[in-house]
Each structure stands twice: as C-alpha cells, then as structure tokens.
Design a protein around this ligand. Structure first.
Ligand code: F3S
Length: 655
C-alpha cells in the first residue's frame, strides 16, 4: 500500500498495535532523545530513579545551551550535574558554546527516517531533514531512554503543497506565519504537517528548519519535509553523506487533509502581540517606534538567515533608538559567517553579537523596556515571554528585523533596500560547513561510565513524586485562569527563574508569578486544590515544571475547556488529573475559592465521565477525561515514574 512519509516512518518504529488509526494510541520505538539544560535536570533525576545502567536508545544528547548566564551557583550546579549524569549513563554532551540544541542536533546527529523525542516543544525542527521529531515532556524523555515504547495518539497527516518561489525579502518565516494565519494556534492539534511540492523542493534545509520548528506554534504533533536532494546536499555539507538516504512519500499516497500555499504570492508578514497566529501583513502594522530588535533563536538563525540580515545592514546603521542583538544558532554557522565577512557587516552596523545560546528567546537577557516594543525573529510572542509582561513582541523574518532596526519602526527589506533587495536571492547555504565536534563529549564506554561520580551541587534537589489519587477529592479552586494560558504564564521564563528549575521547593514559590503573584501562597495554604482553565490551557513550551510546580503546591486536577497536547502529557506524568468541561458554559459559573467535591473518583475515572459538585455555587456539572487506557493507568498510579517502575519490574520478572 502506498504511504505518505509520516506513516512510512511511524510504521518502521511501530511496536504495537499493527494498525495505525488516527486518534488511536500507538506505541513507538525511539531512536534518539534530546534534552536541554533548563528542563533536563528533572529528566535525568527520573532516569536515575528507574535504576538502569545506560540509555537504551541509539543516541541521547544533552545540550547545555539555554541558560549560559551564570548569575550565581544555580546554573553551574545544573551544568556540572548534567555533564556528570550524562557521562554516567552513556549520553552525549554538547557543551556550552556549541550552539542551540535543535540547530546542532539537525547538523550533527539527525538523519532521515529516524524517530526522535526531545524535551523541548521545538524538537520538530529536525523534520527539515526527513526525520520524525516529537516534542514531549522531560519525564517522557526519561521513559524513552529506558527503551520502553512511547505512546502517541496516531496523528492525522496533512499534505501541504508548496508551489512557486519566495520573493526576495520574504523568508521561510512567511510560510509558517501564513500557516499560523490560516490554521491558528490550535489548528495543528493531533496533526502532522507534511510539506511537499515544487516550492518545498526549492527550500534549503536552512529554510525548512524555520517551518518545521515553528509548526509547534500550531499545536502540531510535528512537521516534516521529504529527504530529497536538498537534504543530501545538507548532509554532504556536514560531511555526513553516509547518513543520508532518500525518503519520499509514495506516489499517489493518501492524506487526511490537504492545503496549498503559493510562495510567490507571500509578502512579508508579522505576528502581532500576544499570540503567534495574530498575523497580518507587515506593511499594515502601525508604524510605532521600536525599542528593541532580536535576530536569532533556533527558528530563524540559519547561515542564510543571518547572512541576508547582514546584507540588509551593509552600509547602514542601527537606529539610535533601537537596541539590536543577534544570537547565532551554532558555532559552525558563526564561524562560516565570520569567514564570509557577514559578522563584520553586523558589527559595523552596530549590532550586538550575543553568545551562542537561546538567550533572549526565553528571556535569558535582553528583556525589553517598560511598555517596550520588541521585534524578534524567534517563535513566540506570549505576554511576558521576553521577561517583561508590559512589553509587546512582534515576530518577523530576519530581513524585516534588520530593516526595522535600521528604520526604528516596522519595515521590510524592500523598504530599506529598494530594488537592491533582489541581491538577497544570491545568498545560499554553504556547500561545506566548518566541522569541529570538539565541543561534543562522546559517551564513555560502559565500564568506565559506571565509575563516574554524579556531582550534585546544592541546586540539585530531589524530584518530587506525587501520590496516587484517593477515592474522594474535596478541594477549593486555587486559580481560575483565562484562555490560552501558556506554560510561560505558569512557570515564568528568565535567567533567574530558569536557574531554579532543578529546585522545586524554591521554584514552586514563583508558580504563576507574573500571572497571579498570590497563587503559590494561596495554593499552599489550601493544601490541595483545583485549577480551572479556559481554552488551550498550557500552550507553548514543553516545560514540565508547569505541571511539577502546581503538583508540588497540591493541585490535584485541572478542569479546562481544552488542554494543549504536551502540557496534558506533563500533567498526566506528574499525577495531576486533566479534566475537560463537558459543557464549556460551566466555566462561567465557577469562581476562585469555590469548593469542589468528587465522590468515587477512581470508579468515575474508569468511565472517563465524572460528576463534580460545586459546593459553594450549589450546582453539579460533568467533566470528561480525554485519556487513553495507558494514560488513565499512569495518572491513576500517581504519575509516570511510579508507572514506569512498575512496568520495568514486570518486564524483569517476565524476562
Ligand atoms: Fe531555545 Fe528559543 Fe529555540 S529557547 S530552543 S531558541 S525556542
């Protein structure tokens, strides 16, 4: 039977069942895992707790890339722990300064046809080279490392046919912003976007990564491009042609949905505050004064992205009212840009070059001023994402960002360069990248690894493990949140907060800090509680601390209109029951502080339909558990760690 590319890769990795039916659960054998420093401590603490000697997947990589500001002891404590635990368990380490996880992974570890799971929502970045890459929570990565097949709801596959060619001044960013404009931030739920057509064939890997990476903003399971001539060229340029194999959808294969974008008709676009699907043509954005421009992040800092931005800057200067920074995504791209003279163009223009790290993208430095307008090439513009909730973040492509930095207000490359914008079309990805893996530490041989001492500084606190739910739950509502609450709202980003993520007793004090500063104290004083949420609760970053911190503060269940995919997985993994209103209008009847009561909780959970009584409001309402059998087992067991240990013990007994 002819198959699309997604199904082909899933089929090869399928452990059970034999059929792949959209919406039904499948279990997959994973080839690669990826973690990064500000989420990973919990992952490796969980892996330590299961008691295996070594990662059980082909390749596990630990990236030290997000928080390189050592403000105090906390981040160095984390990095030393992560390096030593990786040495102990057979995990590669990409050291600080080597680059951002997704950029390095696609260049040095990724390969067509592989299946990877990463503890970061932008793991789909690797879809640019015909790999199936799925963003999950940290506990899921720990599980994948044990070699246990991973559960996934079989996604629908959407064929996205790209035709035409991007115009100079437009970038792959326009393709993904156009996708977001059309399908919205929830439109990708339960779907894989598979790109094809002559327009896709013309996009380099440096361009494809932007589209695959930012597919996460649609809530998609992942996005993927065929492994074709562009991928072969990229792998060759990485001196890894032997890892290339052609991988295309079969002729005449079927898809669940189809859409088409003519690249020639795209114009520079802009995602306005505070959601990435709030997309309008850049020319229609009100010409306000811009305070800050950031060019970079994993999404839009390929060689060609930065080179094109540099050409916009050539012979021009950053406006005196603008602070413009540039964060390049990997060491090899930095070196190539330096050799080709592009870094000099940026420096001459007054652009400030940052460390090779995520940095401003997750509010680790470069927060905008009070009420500041920030223009960024990264992927998220949620309120507070840049570290200042009063700021407004606009997302554009690197060429437009450079033009905006020069003009001091929103502008496209054509606005600045006129017809000279055509010159941008001459920039291509290099035929050969500088190869130097000296910043990657290879796994130690097994016997040597067993001798490694894991170093735990004071910031490395034990992983809290929830209790299994009891049969009667009576608790108050500690928070009534609105629609589209992001994991940034729940667990704020910034250098200071990120460095607390290995220390839950400390970090939990800042749970919902920017959204509702009283939340942590209130939840703690309630002992146990419910959170009420609106639509798309927990969207955005995969950070599982958005589940761990509420769990630590006693939250037993979230009742929302809808819950984002990765966050729902994290709630399950950390023993918080994710419930969905059967009638969303019941949300309006409830208030913070209401006392809720659920009888026969465990029995009701089995039916996946529960009755909840609001004792304060004097009414009852129904909620659903949108959980598979295995998810139900996990949450009923008190989370993934307890469940996984049970599974591994049974496996041992039966072997
Ligand atoms: Fe880093 Fe931002 Fe990408 S935090 S991994 S650059 S989304």
């Amino acid at each position: 039977m002819s198959m699309n590319l997604t199904k082909k890769i899933l089929k090869v990795h399928l452990a059970k069942p034999s059929e792949m039916i959209p919406g039904e659960e499948i279990f997959l054998k994973v080839d690669q895992t990826l973690t990064h420093d500000i989420n990973a401590v919990m992952t490796y603490l969980a892996f330590e707790a299961v008691g295996l000697d070594r990662t059980q997947v082909e390749t596990s990589v630990s990236y030290l890339d997000h928080n390189l500001l050592y403000l105090d002891n906390k981040t160095p404590d984390d990095h030393i722990y992560l390096q030593s635990v990786a040495r102990r368990y057979g995990v590669y380490v990409s050291r600080p300064g080597n680059g951002i996880c997704h950029a390095v992974h696609v260049a040095r570890f990724g390969a067509p046809g592989k299946l990877s799971m990463g503890g970061d929502s932008h793991t789909p970045h690797g879809g640019a080279i015909g790999m199936l890459c799925i963003g999950v929570g940290g506990m899921d990565v720990a599980t994948a490392m044990t070699g246990v097949p991973m559960r996934l709801k079989m996604p629908k596959v959407v064929k996205v046919t790209l035709t035409g060619r991007l115009q100079p001044g437009c970038n792959a960013k326009e393709v993904i912003l156009e996708m977001l404009r059309r399908v919205g931030i929830k439109g990708g739920l339960g779907k894989v976007f598979e790109y094809t057509g002559p327009g896709a064939a013309a996009l380099s890997v440096g361009e494809r990564v932007t589209i695959a990476n930012m597919g996460a903003e649609m809530g998609a399971t992942t996005s993927i491009f065929p492994a074709d001539e562009q991928v072969r060229r990229f792998m060759k340029a990485q001196h890894r042609e032997e890892d290339y194999k052609e991988l295309l959808p079969d002729e005449g294969c079927e898809y669940d949905e189809e859409m088409e974008i003519d690249l020639s008709r795209l114009e520079p676009l802009c995602a306005c505050p505070h959601q990435p699907d709030n997309v309008i043509p850049l020319k229609d954005v009100e010409k306000k004064k811009v305070q800050q421009v950031f060019i970079g992040s994993c999404t839009n800092a390929s060689y060609s992205d930065i080179a094109k931005a540099a050409l916009v800057f050539r012979g021009r200067h950053v406006n005196e009212n603008v602070s413009c920074t540039c964060g390049i995504s990997s060491k090899q791209i930095y070196i190539q840009l330096m050799r080709d003279g592009y870094l000099e163009m940026l420096l001459n223009a007054g652009v400030r070059l940052l460390e090779l790290a995520c940095g401003p993208c997750c509010a680790i430095g470069q927060s905008p001023a009070t009420d500041g307008i920030a223009v960024r090439t990264s992927n998220r513009n949620f309120k507070g994402r840049a570290g200042n909730p009063t700021a407004q973040i606009y997302l554009v492509n690197p060429e437009s960002a450079a033009a905006t930095a020069i003009m001091g207000t929103f502008a496209s490359a054509r606005d600045v360069m006129g017809d000279e914008v055509e010159k941008l079309a001459s920039v291509h990805e290099p035929e050969e990248y500088p190869i130097d893996d000296s910043m990657i530490m290879e796994p130690l041989p097994e016997e040597e690894a067993k001798q490694v001492e894991i170093v735990r500084g004071p910031n490395i606190q034990p992983l809290p493990v929830p209790e299994a739910p009891s049969d009667y739950l009576k608790a108050q509502v500690s928070l009534k949140a609105g629609d589209n609450v992001s994991t940034d709202d729940i667990t704020p980003a910034s250098a200071e907060f990120s460095s607390m993520r290995s220390n839950i007793p400390l970090m939990s004090q800042y749970c919902y800090h920017r959204y509702d500063p009283e939340f942590a104290a209130r939840a703690r004083s309630m002992g146990k509680s419910f959170i009420i949420g609106g639509e798309n609760y927990g969207q955005g970053s995969s950070r599982e601390h958005a589940a761990i911190n509420p769990m630590y503060l006693g939250v037993k269940a979230v009742i929302a209109k809808s819950i984002a995919r990765i966050h729902k997985g994290n709630l399950i993994n950390h023993g918080i029951i994710p419930m969905v209103f059967e009638n969303p209008a019941d949300y309006d009847r409830m208030n913070m502080g209401d006392e809720l009561d659920i009888r026969d909780l465990l029995e009701q959970m089995k039916t996946r339909e529960l009755e909840v009584t609001d004792l304060t409001g004097g009414f009852s309402f129904r909620v659903r558990l949108e959980l598979s059998d295995s998810e139900l087992e996990v949450v009923s067991s008190g989370g993934q760690l307890r469940y996984l240990k049970k599974q591994l013990e049974e496996q041992k007994k039966n072997s």
